[in-house]
Design a protein around this ligand. Sequence first.
Ligand SMILES: *[C@@H]1O[C@H](CO)[C@@H](O)[C@H](O)[C@H]1NC(C)=O
Ligand SMILES: *[C@@H]1O[C@H](CO)[C@@H](O)[C@H](O)[C@H]1NC(C)=O
Length: 236
Amino acid sequence: MLKQFPGQNIRLHLVFLCVSILLMFNSSQSHVIGPSEPIVAVVGDDVILPYYLDPAMDASYMTVEWSRPDLDPRFIFVWRDGEELESKKHPAYQRRTSLFIDELKHGDLSLKLSKVKPSDEGTYRCFVPQLFNDSLIQLVVGAVSTPAIQQLNAGVLECESKGWYPEPEVLWLDSEGNLLSAGPTETLRAPDDLFTVSSRLTVEKRHGNSFTCRIQQTHINQTRLTHIQLSGTDGF
Ligand SMILES: *[C@@H]1O[C@H](CO)[C@@H](O)[C@H](O)[C@H]1NC(C)=O
Ligand SMILES: *[C@@H]1O[C@H](CO)[C@@H](O)[C@H](O)[C@H]1NC(C)=O
């Protein structure tokens, strides 16, 4: 049948050739690489979402799209024709995203996100249309604050810390760093989603008179400490 339509035969061959070239091109080209583990940031800090081309190639004049697939518009930074294309950028990322422009030529596509907010938590995508390739990164956002200790009455200390995310643990330590057993941690969640935690410690003479309250959140690798030194007249 193909013999009767030589034109179609040639077209089929051409289509097959194009598909083969595209597949070869794709498999021999660089890929966008990002970290496999989530990136952790703390509210108010700056964070770098590390993406790079492997093998490295000059991306200065490629189109590169950084986005959050769950947002509308989804783009948080678009690099095209050697400059930022701002028109499609999501307003929540206005003036908060930037590139290391001098590193693009080395295939470094990392995006800097400034002044991280709780709402920045989510999945980020870096897509290079020319390479038909992308990479996804998970950003986890935490919030931390320093605890305060007050003496409620002779022999009872209370430690409180407001403004954590996710929910942290509260630990009491003596001057040698030994864990002390305290009452249960009370947890409140504020309308802004941040946690307030507090814990009371009944001190005994054998504990000495120097105490540390440690608030920790291992998921975001953050710890905050406060010490209290009781004088001999604090009466316990
Ligand atoms: C990009 O390349 C990686 C590694 O080969 C692959 O796992 C991923 O699916 C590719 N992405 C796209 C959109 O093709
Ligand atoms: C956790 O934080 C400490 C001190 O800030 C740092 O040295 C360590 O590398 C961090 N660990 C992880 C897994 O990020």
